[in-house]
Design a protein around this ligand. Sequence first.
Ligand SMILES: Nc1ncnc2c1ncn2[C@@H]1O[C@H](COP(=O)(O)OP(=O)(O)OP(=O)(O)O)[C@@H](O)[C@H]1O
Ligand SMILES: [Mg+2]
Length: 160
Amino acid sequence: MTIEVPIAVQSADGMRRLGAAIAAVAQPGDLVVLTGELGAGKTTLTQGIGAGLGVSGDVLSPTFVIARVHRGGRIPLVHADAYRLGSVEEIDDLDLDASLDESVTVVEWGAGLVERLTGDRLDVLIARSPDDNDEMRSVSLRPVGEIWTARAAAIARTFA
Ligand SMILES: Nc1ncnc2c1ncn2[C@@H]1O[C@H](COP(=O)(O)OP(=O)(O)OP(=O)(O)O)[C@@H](O)[C@H]1O
Ligand SMILES: [Mg+2]
């Protein structure tokens, strides 16, 4: 059974707050896969995850590097952009100086690429409104596996 937890996010700050709610339940080895068009808010959500974990260094769009490791928090954050990545094995081949087992790995544009990395994962879909000026984002949390299924409800409660 696939469950889906819908969340309306009204602003970029709200998106960061949702990220912090995800960080609050995150554990080493977790995989979070972000899907949404350009400017949907994938990096903004990752900023909130980083802030919630307490990592140091700004979480930026990984434009010039495919992935970055942010340390100094409760758990290391691996932030990857699969847009220019051929396959997931490349993530492990990136010589990140952090193993995915010990990190929370957040992958933008990772759908269809990174599913093999772990059994359980959290898929996050972010949809913009057709109106470019509208800051509302319709977010759908789609947990895969029991662990994230239990956590998805907790994330929504924390965010509300
Ligand atoms: N509710 C919202 N949630 C997230 N971002 C928002 C929201 N409202 C406005 N914004 C703005 O939209 C932009 C989202 O940019 P962001 O880099 O996070 O998108 P992205 O999905 O990572 O894009 P890309 O595909 O280019 O990596 C930011 O400028 C942010 O301030
Ligand atoms: Mg981005």
